[in-house]
Design a protein around this ligand. Structure first.
Ligand SMILES: [Zn+2]
Ligand SMILES: [Zn+2]
Length: 146
């Protein structure tokens, strides 16, 4: 592993410990894959790890992603007509733009600047804490190809 890779792994190991998770190679590998390719689904993470020569089952990837999501290290969101995607950008209330043609997902900064971002008319007694907005459109590549 390169020196930079080691530093990253150490940072991630500290993060896992801080959130009460045991440090395991699969967890570090999944975090690394999401660092390189945000908004990946479990299949894509599995492909990336397999491509890097790591033997890990798709089920294990799902388990690791569930652990990381449960610990708040990874954020999960589900674009329409797509498998759940995962990303490490968890510390803000950002939203997503999904390309209706190719499914590419890009980050959109919070519309208002703070959670819950949208001014909703909440049902009586309901406390709104966050808003998840998916903007649907056509990405730059698909617009060029049209
Ligand atoms: Zn597209
Ligand atoms: Zn995102």
């Amino acid at each position: 592993m390169s020196e930079r890779g080691e530093q990253v792994a150490e940072r991630d190991a500290a993060l896992l410990r801080e959130r009460g998770l045991r440090v395991t190679q699969p967890r570090l590998a999944v975090l690394d894959a999401l660092e390189r390719a945000p908004h990946a689904d479990a299949e894509a993470v599995h492909r990336a790890l397999a491509g890097a020569g790591r033997e890990i089952s798709v089920q294990s990837v799902h388990n690791v992603l569930a652990d990381l999501t449960g610990a708040g290290i990874v954020r999960r969101f589900e674009p329409e007509r797509s498998a759940a995607r995962y990303e490490r950008r968890v510390d803000d209330n950002h939203h997503h733009a999904v390309c209706a043609r190719c499914g590419r997902v890009e980050d959109v900064d919070c519309v208002v600047g703070e959670a819950p971002c949208l001014h909703a008319v909440a049902p009586a007694g309901f406390t709104i804490q966050a808003a998840e907005v998916t903007f649907v459109g056509v990405c730059a590549d698909c617009a060029l190809a049209a």
